[in-house]
Design a protein around this ligand. Structure first.
Ligand SMILES: [Zn+2]
Length: 317
């Protein structure tokens, strides 16, 4: 049977419904929780997060993939309670957003150690929560080239993906030649990897999305909604139409089966103010209407948000 790990236990892939494949319950840089300026009580976090997940559910959202790495505020007990309260399936990550967000304890770890750690979080659970990771997060550190630590994390992720059947999601798809070399050396089929953030305003021009798809990788247009039109846009924002045109052009090139789309929004940012006016519900309030207006039919929209993510997230035996 096809299965996906959610924080409340494995479910059949057919039950995922519409999937937001790259989102965050709360993302912060390691250590932000120690800065009193940013302390939030559990009640404040709930108040910020529950209405967004409830609305997501009301709109027809089924599954929220939390792409938050090990040191960035991941909190699986909290995710479990949010999922139980809102009815939204939540998939948690093992792995790291990038080598530069791995705390020193992990930064020194060997490939073997990291592999075992990821496998444990996928097969046994994250800490003593009982919740198992359903995806492995990796990423390219600031600077645009993979560091030695990034490469160790990618290699460990490939081994853990092969050992468990859980897929990999990347933060950034720049320097993809190095990433693909590692995955290929380890024997991991590239359709088990979602190369993310091909659409962000900083990296879109430097990302070889078509080449990655031709190698077999999946492609994440997953920063939808970070627009220059926002009141206070972040540095990675991009004009709304430019991103949409990029997405439509990519699909038009025959890559519909390879694309996934998401909003990379934070329900309750940790240690930073977050981006005002942007939530996971951009998918329903803006993106899907934009896709319909551009002429995509319902079957295509279902492929992007239901079928492709189910295929990607299903644990391979
Ligand atoms: Zn993200």
């Amino acid at each position: 049977m096809s299965r996906v790990n959610t924080v409340l236990g494995p479910i059949p892939a057919e039950e995922l419904g519409l999937v937001a494949v790259h989102e965050h319950i709360g993302y912060g840089m390691p250590g932000s929780e120690l800065d009193t300026k940013w302390w939030k009580t559990p009640e404040q976090r709930y108040e910020e997060t529950v209405p967004k997940l409830r609305r997501f559910h009301e709109y027809g959202g089924g599954t929220f993939v939390d792409a938050t790495g090990i040191c960035n505020g991941r909190d699986v007990d909290y995710y479990r309670s949010l999922s139980a309260k809102t009815g939204v399936h939540i998939v948690a990550s093992t792995g790291f957003v990038g080598g530069d967000t791995a705390l020193p304890f992990f930064a020194r770890a060997s490939v073997g150690y990291l592999t075992e750690h990821f496998v444990h979080e996928i097969t046994v659970g994250i800490g003593d929560t009982g919740g198992r990771a359903g995806i492995i997060k990796v990423g390219v550190s600031r600077g645009g080239r993979m560091t030695d630590l990034d490469k160790r994390i990618y290699r460990a992720a490939a081994r853990a993906a092969l050992a468990t059947g859980v897929p990999i999601l990347t933060h950034l798809a720049i320097d993809a030649e190095n990433a693909i070399a590692i995955f290929t050396e380890e024997g991991l089929p590239l359709d088990r990897v979602l190369f993310g953030h091909v659409d962000d305003g900083v990296n879109a021009d430097k990302t070889r999305d078509t080449w990655i798809a031709e190698q077999g990788g999946r492609i994440g247009f997953d920063t939808f909604g970070y627009e220059t039109e926002l009141e206070d846009p972040p540095f990675w924002a991009r004009p709304r139409k430019e991103r949409l045109d990029h997405f439509l052009r990519f699909i038009g090139q025959g890559h519909l089966g390879k694309v996934l789309a998401s909003a990379d929004a934070n329900c309750s940012p940790l240690g930073w103010p977050g981006v005002k006016g942007h939530t996971v519900n951009y998918i329903f309030e803006d993106l899907i209407p934009d896709l319909r207006a551009a002429g995509l039919d319902e079957a295509t929209i279902t492929t992007i948000f239901v079928d492709n993510p189910a295929d990607f997230l299903t644990i391979q035996n």
